[in-house]
Design a protein around this ligand. Structure first.
Ligand code: SF4
Ligand code: SF4
Length: 121
């Protein structure tokens, strides 16, 4: 018989409360107990249209308007941009999107840009 070895670090991690609640609910159900569980589960409604619309938005930077102030780069909470390699026609170093998958669609970049050069659509 093989012996399972778990590191002390892994063994010290507590299970998530959500997982524990689900486990307990399933255990009670398997015992035939009629319970209503408010643990994790699939919603019984379709994703609302406004959420779908926002999740499909992309980031656009109007390179002709951007003056490379970097405010959008500084305000973004998830480091979606970098200002390093891209230069526009006016010679300004402008932001580029490097981590669009990290964008949480908060629109802080759009609200911060003094020139309305960046937007989500
Ligand atoms: S919408 Fe928010 S997370 Fe996305 S790029 Fe703009 S500031 Fe960053
Ligand atoms: S805040 Fe606007 S003008 Fe400034 S770097 Fe970002 S997009 Fe360009």
């Amino acid at each position: 018989m093989t012996k399972k070895v778990i590191s002390k670090s892994v063994a010290s991690i507590s299970p998530s409360a959500t997982e524990e609640t689900s486990f307990l609910a399933n255990k009670l159900k398997s015992q035939g107990i009629d319970i209503i569980s408010f643990a994790q589960g699939e919603p019984d409604f379709d994703t609302p249209d406004n959420i779908k619309r926002v999740s499909n938005m992309s980031i656009y930077i109007d390179e002709k308007i951007c003056k490379g102030c970097g405010l959008c780069v500084q305000i973004c909470p998830n480091n979606v941009f970098q200002m390093r390699n891209k230069v526009n026609d006016k010679g300004f170093i402008i932001p580029e999107v490097i981590n669009e998958n990290k964008c949480i669609k908060c629109k802080l970049c759009e609200l911060t840009c003094p020139d309305l050069a960046i937007f989500l659509e």
